[in-house]
Design a protein around this ligand. Structure first.
Ligand SMILES: Cc1cc2nc3c(=O)[nH]c(=O)nc-3n(C[C@H](O)[C@H](O)[C@H](O)COP(=O)(O)OP(=O)(O)OC[C@H]3O[C@@H](n4cnc5c(N)ncnc54)[C@H](O)[C@@H]3O)c2cc1C
Length: 375
């Protein structure tokens, strides 16, 4: 893609949730867009994702909430269970896309990606797999990007949507503060028990666990392991270790534990947070999604922020005459909301590590209410 001055052309680095949401939102505003994705097609890992109200609201603005609800599992409550196995509270989440539709949805990641990909293709967006941005330079109006396959793109807008380990951030010399919090999070796909019609969260003596339906047939188990280093376990050890960790939990976790088979898709990831200190943009280039702000997974809101970013980016660029002004307005609009979420997630991690679970619930609740405010 080679752009004339003034043409609305964009290169997005990374075809994750943020990158795909951004290309759809930009294409809807008339931008000519291309994506450079380092991974192969269909590489998305198989665990599920919770699309909270703000995620659904942003997807609805892209015309995709109903597709996600049809293929995922709509729900509106979080049931908290305390360390004795007693119900500790029922949170009814605000229904941000109308009283007739659920407050949130669970969905398998590959399903969400398939929906986003199909929509990007419908808008004629080209996705180049196996390539990344290798070098960037820019003048006042154009960004010149050399890709790892040796080809060059000259565009009005470069968007780094390449996740928490973003290399675009490095090319733009944007500093961020990444932290590991001494926790690992687990996810495992299991058959959905019939009683699991909303999110269930169980407080244990050493960590938290729970269950999120992602379709009529499937749910994912989540568990947070406290006070551990960043070791990597062999795949064969994942399912038995997860079962061991779930064993001390009270109540219905005993039932859930039996559903985790050796063949289940089990993943274990470090709890990391990140935030770009200062501006997220440089001239006609910007970072979005986890590349700019990555909350801990406990808030289940990283994807919400990523989808919102794509939408707000396209809206602010449409409202301003120059890309630079649009990007500055975008960062001004997004900065505080994303910082609050990342910081709240860090506080939740600290409370969990101190085993002060009762204090996390109201914090999570108030943060969800804050996120329900307009994006
Ligand atoms: C275990 C876990 C559970 C989570 N659960 C939830 C949840 O329930 N709800 C929720 O809202 N959020 C959740 N999150 C957070 C959410 O997954 C992220 O916030 C979200 O995926 C961020 O989207 P992204 O597109 O910015 O980054 P990513 O999803 O990481 O996508 C980045 C993309 O860029 C590509 N890429 C990477 N480097 C390069 C490069 N150099 N060049 C080109 N392409 C590149 C990657 O291959 C990938 O396709 C969870 C996170 C974790 C770790």
């Amino acid at each position: 893609m080679d752009s004339d001055r003034g043409a609305r052309t964009a290169l997005i680095v990374g075809a994750g949730v943020a990158g795909l949401a951004a290309v759809i939102a930009l294409a809807r505003e008339g931008w000519q867009v291309e994506i450079a994705e380092v991974g192969p097609p269909d590489a998305t890992s198989g665990w599920g994702l919770c699309l909270t109200g703000p995620s659904l609201r942003a997807l609805d603005a892209l015309g995709l909430a109903d597709a996600c609800l049809a293929e995922g599992y709509g729900m509106s409550t979080i049931t908290h269970v305390d360390v004795r196995g007693e119900p500790a509270g029922l949170i009814r989440l605000p229904r941000l896309i109308g009283a007739r539709r659920p407050a949130m949805a669970g969905i398998a990641r590959p399903v969400l990606h398939r929906i986003l990909y199909a929509e990007a293709e419908r808008w004629g967006v080209a996705v180049r797999h196996g390539v990344t941005a290798a070098a960037v330079d820019q003048d006042e109006e154009l960004v010149r990007v050399r890709l790892s396959d040796g080809t060059v793109r000259t565009v009005a807008l470069l968007v780094g949507a390449d996740g928490i380990r973003s290399s675009t951030r490095g090319l733009l010399r944007l500093a961020s503060s990444r932290a590991f919090h001494g926790q690992m999070v687990w996810r495992a796909l299991v058959p959905r028990p019939r009683w699991a019609t909303g999110i269930h969260q169980f407080a244990g003596r050493a960590g938290t666990a729970g269950l999120v339906p992602v379709s009529d047939r499937q749910a994912y188990v989540f568990l947070t392991e406290n006070g551990v280093g960043r070791d990597v376990l062999p795949d064969a050890e994942l399912a038995p270790r997860l079962r061991n960790l779930l064993e001390p939990f009270p109540g219905r976790v005993a039932e859930v534990l039996l559903l985790i088979s050796a063949s289940a898709a089990v993943v274990r990831r470090p709890v990391l947070t990140d935030f770009v200190d200062g501006a997220w943009n440089r001239g006609g280039a910007v970072v979005i999604g986890d590349a700019a702000h990555a909350p801990a997974p406990q808030m289940a809101s990283g994807a919400a922020l990523a989808i919102e970013d794509g939408l707000v980016l396209a809206r602010e660029l449409a409202r301003h005459d120059s890309v630079d002004a649009g990007l500055q307005a975008f960062v001004r609009r997004r900065g505080q909301r994303c910082r609050t979420l990342v910081e709240t997630s860090v506080t939740i991690v600290a409370l969990e590590r101190a085993r002060r679970h009762d204090e996390t619930y109201p914090l999570v609740d108030s943060c969800h209410r804050l996120m329900a405010e307009p994006m």
